[in-house]
Design a protein around this ligand. Structure first.
Ligand code: PMP
Length: 397
């Protein structure tokens, strides 16, 4: 007899890393004393790992909207959207999102993960999904749940994408999946190439705008707006957990596709509807994103400055105004040690190893938020300088 629980032992490497004191995960934040700051183990650190890019999760207007909706409608929805959990507040949010994104229709889900998982309803064993090597795990999970064939092309490599399209069965349905701005690298997708190939091979295109909605494009509609190619994207998925500062997700596209998903997407039908607090917070955040473009402008200026400073220090960072700065390290253990040095210097970043990134490409992810002050950015810069010296990084250069 095999006990399915028998595998539940963490590898020795886990204990080794714990004993070294460099284990970076599940570090619990106690308080948030001010914008861009967190208290961990009683120490105040600069939060440099959050996806709350516009700082809206702490905005008084957003918090007030969540409180008001909770008072009026309660803390939960009591059921799935399909049965008895739908609120007019959800419908209001869907209409507002459709107008904001310039799409015919929108379906709101209870998390960004579930918005991407909903794509499983569109793909089956006869279909092929061709995804960028760096797309997020939930897009891969959608392919698994749908049972389609998965092929992956090298990051933003259009020749590779074309070869995979060329080699595929012309009779199969084809879906190209990409992120708008990639969460682990901060790079933006090569949409002109994708659009051209999708047209040539009759493929549909899904863009996960989790990290670019609210941030990129003249109106904050994301990477496709920035590249002037919104029509090339058939379905856009977003999450509320990043620029919108709360929890939830959405799929946006043509009305008939969204209506189909509302009935066939299992991640929509079989889970409870988004709580009123999150729906109201998302609505309030959308208003702020539309009315205060200076937030994303400030964020981009800060990112440009910080990435430039890190590059000047010797880190292999390409100077850019994208809110995610990926600092490549390579080796997992060195990545954890760098993470710990930064932590000791009072800066809370994210250490990413496989499967979050490809094996051997561990990195420190720094995310910039619109509310970071100049002093906080200074602290991040000096933490990286101190860590570089203590770990003797680039000393052979
Ligand atoms: N897509 C991408 C690219 C993400 O990075 C994430 C979350 N990290 C998600 C989707 C899932 O979003 P959520 O956390 O809102 O479920």
């Amino acid at each position: 007899m095999v006990d399915v629980f028998a595998k539940c032992r963490l590898p020795e490497a886990y204990q080794f890393v714990k004993d070294l004191g460099v284990y970076p995960y599940y570090r619990a934040v106690g308080e948030r004393p001010g914008e861009g700051e967190v208290v961990i183990d009683g120490r105040v650190l600069v939060q440099a790992g959050s996806n709350d890019y516009l700082g809206l999760s702490g905005d008084e207007r957003v918090k007030e909207a969540a409180v008001e909706a909770t008072r009026r409608l309660g803390t939960g929805t009591g059921g799935s959207r399909l049965s008895n959990g739908s609120l007019t507040l959800h419908e209001e949010l869907e209409a507002r999102l459709a107008a904001f994104l310039g799409r015919e229709a929108v379906m709101v889900t209870s998390a960004g993960y579930l918005a991407n998982l909903a794509l499983a309803a569109l793909i089956g064993p006869g279909d092929t999904v061709i995804g960028d090597r760096l797309v997020h795990a939930c897009l891969i999970d959608a392919v698994r749940v749908g049972g389609a064939r998965l092929r992956r092309y090298r990051h933003n490599d259009m020749d590779h994408l074309e070869r995979l399209l060329d080699a595929g069965d012309p009779g199969a349905g084809r879906l190209i999946v990409t992120e708008g701005m990639f969460s682990t690298s901060g790079s933006v997708c090569a949409l002109p190439g994708i659009a051209k190939l999708a047209r040539a091979y009759g493929a549909r295109v899904v863009m996960d705008s989790a990290h670019d909605v609210g941030l990129l494009g003249a109106n904050g509609r994301g990477a496709a707006e920035e590249q002037g190619l919104e029509n090339a994207v058939d379905l856009q998925t977003i999450t509320f957990s990043k620029a919108l500062g709360t929890l939830g997700g959405a799929v946006a596209g043509r009305a008939e596709i969204i209506a189909y998903l509302r009935h066939y997407a299992r991640s929509m039908v079989f889970t409870a509807a988004l709580p009123p607090a999150c729906a109201a917070a998302a609505l309030a955040a959308l208003e702020i994103i539309a009315a205060e473009p200076e937030r994303r402008h400030r964020l981009r200026a800060t990112a440009e400055r910080l990435s430039g400073d890190l590059a000047a220090m010797g880190y292999a960072v390409a100077p850019s105004d994208r809110p995610v700065i990926a600092v490549p390290v390579g080796d997992d253990l060195l990545c954890f040690r760098l993470w710990r040095e930064l932590f000791d210097e009072g800066v809370f970043t994210t250490a990413m190893i496989s499967p979050g990134v490809p094996p051997g490409q561990a990195l420190i992810r720094v995310s910039i938020t619109a509310t970071h002050t100049d002093a906080q950015v200074e602290r991040i810069v000096s933490a990286f300088a101190a860590a570089r010296d203590r770990l003797r990084l680039f000393s052979d250069a």
